[in-house]
Write a protein that binds this ligand. Structure first.
Ligand code: 5RP
Length: 218
């Protein structure tokens, strides 16, 4: 199977995990887009979706799925999203598409986080994929210096502004052996909105598209 076929297979498998009559949290990126396509086939069985980005909201509406404001609901049974890297312990690097902050908010509210991915995303150690950090624009220089002190090499994502009006620093050169510690340390730098480590709140289930089908890791 190609990488795209693996993504689609994982997205199809996620549909089995969607309870009838609920609001579904929906992530951002090419794998999440496959999930949206699949979700449209069961749209009559759900109450709508919470989007983790403007792009996802637009795609959901394009498929006739109602987009619901997260503030108008008290609970979210399930959130389905892709990842840039994930370990067997279900800690992730996310934010390759720049939607990390809203993704982290939706993940925080969700009871169950289902990660869907092609097999290339499963790694023994996080960090080969540059870690995205969303930063308030006026803090860019300060945050970059602090990240360098922590051992990373921050690079400004050129020509990119997040849905929240901020910039992204992509941090290279990390080998993340303690993702919970690094997630906490980065979030304590003044001017950081959030970082793309999803370790304190990782995934609950990984549906991994393989050449031979889909592997489930819990
Ligand atoms: C967006 C994300 C995506 O989940 C991540 O970048 C994976 O993308 P894709 O499914 O296109 O490989 O975190 O901010």
């Amino acid at each position: 199977m190609t990488q795209d076929e693996q993504k689609r297979a994982a997205a199809q498998a996620a549909i089995q995990h969607i309870p009838t009559g609920c609001v579904v949290g929906v992530g951002t990126g090419s794998t999440a887009n496959y999930f949206i396509d699949e979700l449209s086939n069961i749209k009559h069985k759900i109450d709508g979706a919470v989007a983790s980005s403007e792009a996802t909201a637009q795609r959901l509406r394009g498929h006739g799925i109602e987009v619901i404001d997260l503030n108008s609901i008290d609970a979210l049974p399930v959130y389905v999203d892709g990842t840039d890297e994930i370990t067997e312990h279900l800690a992730m690097i996310k934010g390759g598409g720049g939607a990390l902050t809203r993704e982290k908010i939706v993940a925080a509210v969700a009871k169950k986080f289902i990660c869907i991915a092609d097999q290339g995303k499963l790694v023994p150690v996080l960090g080969k994929f540059p870690l995205p950090v969303e930063v308030i624009p006026m803090a860019r220089g300060y945050v970059a210096r602090e990240i360098t002190r922590l051992g990373g090499e921050p690079v400004l994502r050129q020509g990119f502004i997040t849905d929240n009006g901020n910039i992204i620093l992509d941090v290279h050169g990390l080998q993340i052996l303690n993702p919970v510690e690094l997630e906490t340390a980065l979030n304590q730098i003044t001017g950081v909105v959030t970082n793309g480590l999803f370790a304190k709140r990782g995934a609950d289930v990984l549906l991994l598209g393989l050449d031979t089908g889909t592997r489930t890791i819990v």
